[in-house]
Design a protein around this ligand. Sequence first.
Ligand SMILES: Nc1ncnc2c1ncn2[C@@H]1O[C@H](COP(=O)(O)OP(=O)(O)O)[C@@H](O)[C@H]1O
Ligand SMILES: [Mg+2]
Length: 405
Amino acid sequence: MMIKPIKNLVGQTADKDNFFERPRETKKLWDALASGEHILFVAPRRSGKTSLLYYLQDNPQEDKALLFLEVESVSSVEDFFSRLASALLHDDEYTSTSIRVGEKTRGFLKRIRSIGGDAVGKFEFTEGEKMLPHKAFERLLGRIVKNIPDGERLVIMIDEFAQAVQNIADKTPDDAKMLLLAHRELRQNRAISAKVQFLYCGSIGLEYVAERLGASNAINDVRTSHLQPLRKEEAESMIRSIVAHPAYSLAHNEFTDEIIAQILQQIRWLVPYYLQILLAELHTYTAENEVSRLSPDIITLAYNHVLSNRQYFVWWEERLRKAFKGDERAFVMAVLNAAATKDTIDAAEISDLAQKFSIEQHKSIIAALTHDGYIVQIEGRTGFGVSYRFVSPMLQDWWRNNVAH
Ligand SMILES: Nc1ncnc2c1ncn2[C@@H]1O[C@H](COP(=O)(O)OP(=O)(O)O)[C@@H](O)[C@H]1O
Ligand SMILES: [Mg+2]
């Protein structure tokens, strides 16, 4: 089997050269798009969503143009639609790193903008007539779709959409609800939906954000697609690709089947990022100490280095600080700390904690932790109902070392 060496660039969105191909996941997204539906593409942070969207963009299907927009820091409806509009309208001046257009999409956008001269016009909602931002955007998109030839489609990928909704909700919940409803309107506009598909991507569950805003029905027409972790064989071949790169400290033949099996066993929840950080720690340790032979002990040592680096997973803790306040936060932390130290927590223990912190809606909070990829429901002990455990044993170990003490 041919191995494509890839560089271990931890934390950066994987680009063309360093992307480990994931044909199953790629196909799943193309198939979902082929159904003509609008997609909600979800997986926990650092699962490889953005990297995969870049890949789709770089390897587009014949009939599709893909526009990528990242909105994690957006905090108003106006800002949201202005950015979306400027992604569509700007010519070749993409100063913002949050907008990405491939070669093909660039040409596509140019074409649809230039048909009939200035047909598309500008995006304006503050000057002249007073128009709500989403209405102005709908009008703009309505003009754009007229110029999209039959049989072609524009896919607008909006990365970290739920985060933007959450940011807006923190300030003005009504605006956040309006944003969700506005998107529903766009999707229900037949002329738009015939030519444009939205792909909302997110690390946090949009369901819970919408539920809290009383707007669950504003997203129930969107089809959810999950990015799965790597299969064992895939993880194995990703490791082989990384250690085959000349920049890697150890010789690739040090990675015997036994060593690789040990790595997979320690990580268990096999997402690219987790492989990367373990291999990065291994690289640093062996390079600094001039170690050239691998042994099981060294792998364990590298694993422990991962756990003592707060940075690798600190987002998971910070996110809860943003999402929950007061008693709710105390409850969430107690649940996760218990799951981290005891491996599982059952429904009865969760109810006790909910009572202790006077939490009424604890089921929806647990659902949120599940949607966000912290915990997963498992069969509990017979007669004790369901239990929960951390999705990722590595995150669990990190949590126990860095948070639950
Ligand atoms: N297919 C892949 N090939 C190589 N590296 C990847 C791949 N997918 C993810 N990564 C790596 O994992 C990390 C997280 O990827 P990213 O796409 O930013 O995830 P997400 O958008 O889900 O948070 C990055 O360090 C990135 O380099
Ligand atoms: Mg991302």
